[in-house]
Design a protein around this ligand. Sequence first.
Ligand code: PLP
Length: 283
Amino acid sequence: RTVYVNGDYVPESEARISVFDRGFLFADAIYEVAAVLDGKLVDFPAHLRRLHRSAGELGMRVDISDDALLDIHRTLVERNGIEQGQVYMQLTRGAADRDFAFDTDAMTPGLVLFTLKKELIDTPVARNGLKVVTIEDLRWGRCDIKTTQLLYPSLAKMQAKASGADDAWLVRDGHIMEGTSNNAFIVTSEGAIITRPLSNGILHGITRATLMEYAATTGVRIEERAFTVAEAHQAAEAFVTSASMFVGPVVSIDGINLSDGKPGPVATQLRQHYIAESRKRLL
Ligand code: PLP
């Protein structure tokens, strides 16, 4: 694979970053993952907007133009022959002698991009759905910033897998926050979809926002409010959204089957709708 590192396209085996990069030492880094369908980018402008928001919240510099970032994405997709998959982009504050205090202006931001080839449409998750278990949310208070500080969600996912599930839904004060790497929705018996409102406690998912926009145009009722673990257990259906899964039906929560343990009709229809509409807006 060809990867992009600080201005250069290089084979992955030749890619080098400094051991003093604050992304490596402090997780002082932000990232975006954009899906690729038909060799083109899904929801790309929204990913750029969120990158700038994350950078702004952390006082991190983005020294490169949006056009140049789009160009790097496209170049990697083409060079690596990605028809379906994703592009990962990570921006770090830069390298400096290890110190908790930093001087952003004195550093050069680090920028790394790479691609992953991956089937996104006809997947086991789409066919069989996901089993999730609820786990206490012990992450920091700024989950709205897309940082690479991902150890807790990674451990939570491992704990979920060890219990025979696929992923964890993180819980604070009895309410579902989000998945380890996706936003959480439940569906009522009337077919309304419920997802918690945006706050500092969850990532402002691009797929979440786009899906809600599409759902509204098809007349699906959306309730943006917090919901409890008990409500989730009793839901007619549930699903998650993310750039890497689009819409992933959830078929069981804490061992309790939803929609007979099969992907539900609302989640399945929203998934198809999301994919069809996204295909019309590729960049
Ligand atoms: N929530 C968390 C914690 C995530 O890490 C992600 C994506 O990686 C999402 C939600 C979904 O966001 P998006 O739809 O922008 O991929």
